[in-house]
Structures are given as C-alpha cells and as structure tokens.
Design a protein around this ligand. Structure first.
Ligand SMILES: Nc1ncnc2[nH]cnc12
Ligand SMILES: [Zn+2]
Length: 355
C-alpha cells in the first residue's frame, strides 16, 4: 500500500539523506501481510474466524481503523503467526532492510513479550530472534539499535509484575533490554496502576531507561502521571499534552521527548487531518519531539513516509528539519560518540542543501 506524496524530488532526497533515528516502533507492528500469510502456513497457525484470507483483503482492512482497540485486535491476531526464534529474527531483519533504504541510522525498538508468552513462547525465544537481527543490522547495515521491552497494560497486573520480576528479570539485570515501556489499550489502564512494577524494574537495573505510551487516547493527565509516578524520561505519543500549557512548559524545561507518530494518529483517528498534529505548538513551547512510524505495516508508511507526510502538511524549511533531526538525535538513547557522529552528518546535509 503506497501513498504518493506531493513533494519535489529535491525535498524527497533531502528527507531521505537526513540521518534519522526512530524511537517509537513496535517490531510486531512491522508484520506485513505478505509475511503474515507465509508464516501462518509455515507454522501451521489457523488464523481466527473472520480474519481476512488474502493479502489484498487484509490491506483493505488496514486502510482505516475505528480506533486504537480496533487496530490492537488485528495486531494481536497477527502476532499469533510468530512462533520460532527465526520468525522474530526474520520480522526484524525485514524491517531493518526496509529502513536502511530510507536513511535510518539508529532505532529504539519496542517488543511485546506478553503477546507471545500467553501462547507458550518463552521471552528468550522472542528476545534472541530480535537481538540477532539487531546485531546483524549494526554490522552489515550500520544501523545501531536498542530494544525496549513493553508491558501490555491490558494484561492482568500480576502477569505484568511476573514479566518484569521473573520471566524477563535476567534481560533487565544484564542490560539486554535497554528500556522499559508500556503500551496497548490506554484509557482504561492509567499509568498509576504500574507504579510499583516500574519501581521494581528500575531496582533490578538502575541503568534501565523508562518510557510509556501516554496521551494518545488518554488525556494530558496520563502524560503527567506517567512522569510523576512511573518516573519516565520520555513519553510515547504524548500529543494530548497540548491540552495543558503547564504540562508543555514542564516538558520543555525537563527536555522530555515526545515520540510522535503522524501516520498512526491518522489511521487510529486520533486526528482527522495531519494539520491537527500539534507540531507547531510543540515547537513554540520548545518541547522536544521525534517523528516515528509506530506500526508501519498497519499504518501505511515507514519512517521516511512519516517525514514525507509531515513535510507535505507543514512545509518546514531545511533548517527547521535540521533542528528536528538534531533534537531527535540528542533525545536518543545511544552513546555520546554516536550522537556526535549523527549530529555532524545532519549539519553537513543541511549545509549541502542550503548553500
Ligand atoms: N499505537 C499504539 N498504542 C498503544 N499500543 C500499541 N501497540 C502497538 N501500537 C500501539
Ligand atoms: Zn506505539
């Protein structure tokens, strides 16, 4: 499903060349219909009753979701075809191959163990497959990456606690997962429910980075409470932060990054039009944000299409794009040398297009 963007070839080339970092990408959300059906066959998985039968029918369904829950229903059905370590590896590797062609240099990648452990698959099977693809992407494609393990907020709390304190405790302690996140249905499961679990994860490894989905369908208090109770340093989506100027000032003062997902917000009807995406207000208040693809197989675009869509709507000049990309690099969880390298690359690309 390719959407065409009304941009000049020069702008397209500029956006492609920018050294992009992605902070909000669910690896399970990269499961394209043309991988889903072969995996179902290979693993002998019967898709649920009523599930589309062909790539074309599935693509038709993906044209629009009613809301977050409508999408999540399909997302979790899709997860069922992932069984063996090689499936997780193949999924992530296909993602890296696609975004390598789009100028992605650094990726911070979510994965959802509970969508697999519920089906009897071990956390290690999932982790090992994804980690292998990450190592290969670094050595063969020059893409650095970090894995962020997410808690599914609509699973029973005890199971969320067991994931962190038992099943995946070794991955946290050994620093194999770099960060902890919180995703899935937002509104009925406010962040305060997870205060103790976040605290025990941080106790297992004080270096663990913390983030959470908030302010996608929940209001601005979900963002504020994620910061105050979960002690997160980043917010995934966070677009409803614009409901409170006080919160925007706080985000700006603390340099708390919002990982904004433009095409996702349209497909899940958070906004009806990209013009409503509050990037200008975030820029006005000095709130750092990055642009991301969330679940690209479902939302009609990877990282570069998200950059295209934002350019088509807001028409930022090259200098503003340079600032957005540099802020994204600064808010990344990679080491300082990598940041310096990517910032200097950004500056040279902006200079090439503005001189
Ligand atoms: N956009 C999103 N919001 C919440 N949970 C998710 N899981 C995958 N994508 C998600
Ligand atoms: Zn997400």
């Amino acid at each position: 499903m390719t959407i065409s963007y009304d941009l000049t070839p020069e702008v397209k080339e500029f956006l492609k060349e920018l050294p992009k970092c992605e902070h909000h990408l669910h690896l399970e959300g990269t499961l394209e219909p043309d991988l889903l059906f072969p995996l179902a066959k290979r693993n002998n998985v019967a898709l649920p009753q009523g599930f589309p039968q062909t790539v074309e029918e599935l693509n038709e369904k993906y044209k629009q979701f009613d809301d977050l829950q409508d999408f999540l229903n399909f997302y979790y059905m899709g997860c069922q075809v992932l069984i063996n370590e090689c499936d997780f590896y193949e999924l992530a590797w296909q993602y890296f191959l696609k975004v390598h062609k789009q100028g992605l240099k650094h990726a911070e990648l979510f994965f959802d163990p509970q969508s697999h452990t519920e089906r009897g698959i071990s956390v290690d099977t999932v982790y090992n497959g994804f980690a292998k693809a990450c190592s290969k992407a670094e050595s063969e494609l020059g893409i650095s990456s970090k894995l962020i393990m997410c808690i599914l907020r609509d699973c029973p709390l005890q199971k969320c606690q067991d994931l962190v304190e038992k099943e995946a405790a070794h991955l946290i302690k050994e620093g194999k997962v770099h960060g902890l996140g919180l995703d899935s249905a937002e509104k009925p499961f406010p962040p305060t429910l997870f205060t103790n679990i976040y605290a025990s994860a941080k106790k297992l490894n004080p270096e663990l980075r913390l983030t959470a989905h908030a302010g996608e369908e929940g209001d601005h208090t979900y963002v504020k409470n994620s910061i105050d109770f979960l002690k997160v340093e980043r917010i995934d989506h966070g677009v409803n932060s614009v409901q409170s100027d006080d919160l925007l000032r706080e985000l700006s003062a603390n340099k708390t990054m919002l990982t904004v997902c433009p095409l996702s917000n349209i497909k899940l009807q958070v906004f009806q039009d990209l013009k409503e995406l509050p990037l200008l207000k975030l820029l006005e208040f000095g709130v750092p944000f990055s642009l991301n693809s969330d679940d690209p197989a479902y939302f009609g675009g990877y990282i570069l299409e998200n950059y295209y869509a934002v350019h088509e709507t807001f028409g930022f000049d090259y200098k503003i794009w340079g600032d957005i990309v540099i802020n994204t690099i600064k808010g990344s969880w990679c080491d300082e040398n990598r940041k310096t390298e990517l910032i200097s690359l950004t500056k040279s690309i902006v200079a090439k297009y503005t001189n």
